[in-house]
Ligand binder design. Structure first.
Ligand code: ADP
Length: 286
């Protein structure tokens, strides 16, 4: 028996010892009533602190495979903190402390035997501001493949990633040009190509369209929906219409770092359970 579930590959260095596994194994009683079967990511009683400030309180969430899950809520309610705690990007913030579980295929990513670098290969990230490397378009996408020694058939893999990121047609004659010469929207799709080139299972997106004009935003939205055919996507957005358009599930965080509601997107937007969520969705605050 192993602690790792199918598909987690080598992100955990030591998986043979069952004694560790029992800590994080998912028990039937662990399931939430959100209708999510076989969740890829599960948070349980997750608290996150920055020094003395608590940013997230007791978050329980099941994130479904190959769907788009949107995280919405007013500024400062902990959306980005939750996103970053999925692939341990919060480790890079000195004052940040995490308690509780964040499980990927049933394994707590905060267990001692989890290598965060390997974890981030499985769970890639795209940021608010496009951040291509000062390299050619080709080298941007090939970068992760080369670092991981996956550089056989690199040209084919780069073209495939650019195609899946819906940018190949626009750049195929200029693969040697700098990624920095592209428009903002193209740069963001290049960053998405870079993130998917190494075949992650999950893509985390932190307001990926908020710095873009409406046309570029619409291309990113179409792309996010398409990506869910192959990847599990978790996206933070401050734009409720965007969440309603592109997501399957929506999590509403509210001030104080609480998860107020998590359900199918249609339920959240058409018939939310709580008055607080309805008030937020209808623009009464936030
Ligand atoms: P959101 O994404 O919903 O706007 P954040 O996750 O960015 O919210 O922030 C949640 C809370 O954590 C806020 O009170 C914010 O000030 C605090 N916070 C976020 N990042 C840091 C940090 N690096 N250091 C200290 N506090 C932080």
């Amino acid at each position: 028996m192993t602690a790792n579930r199918a598909g987690t590959g080598a992100y955990s260095e030591s998986v043979a010892d069952d004694s560790d596994a029992s800590v994080s194994r998912i028990e039937p009683s662990d399931t939430l009533s959100t209708g999510v079967e076989d969740p890829v990511i599960q948070s349980r009683n997750l608290d996150v602190f920055y020094g003395d400030t608590q940013a997230l309180r007791g978050i329980d969430m099941d994130i479904p495979e190959k769907q788009v899950t949107a995280l919405i809520g007013p500024s400062g309610c902990g959306k980005s903190t939750f996103l970053r705690s999925i692939n341990r990007m919060n480790d890079l913030i000195d004052v940040c402390r995490v308690e509780g579980d964040m499980r990927f295929h049933g394994k707590n990513v905060y267990d001692d035997d989890v290598d965060p670098v390997a974890l981030r290969r499985k769970i890639g990230m795209v940021f608010q501001k496009p951040n291509p490397f000062p390299k050619s378009i080709f080298d941007n996408v090939a970068y992760g493949l080369r670092v991981q020694g996956k550089d056989e058939n690199v040209e084919e893999k780069v073209r495939s990633a650019l195609e899946r990121a819906a940018i190949l047609e626009e750049v195929e004659d200029q693969l040697d040009s700098s990624g920095l010469d592209l428009s903002g929207g193209q740069q963001q799709r290049l960053c998405i190509a870079r993130a998917i080139a190494t075949d992650p299972e999950v893509i985390l997106m932190d307001e990926p369209a908020s710095a873009l004009d409406p046309v570029a935003t619409s291309k990113i939205e179409d792309l996010v929906e398409d990506l869910a055919a192959e990847y599990t996507v978790v996206i933070v957005t401050h734009n409720m219409q965007q969440a309603a358009r592109i997501s399957d599930k929506t999590a509403v965080f509210l001030t104080g770092g609480e998860l107020a509601e998590f359900d199918t997107t249609s339920k959240i937007f058409e018939n939310p359970e709580s008055q607080r969520v309805e008030d937020y969705i209808t623009g009464k605050f936030g």
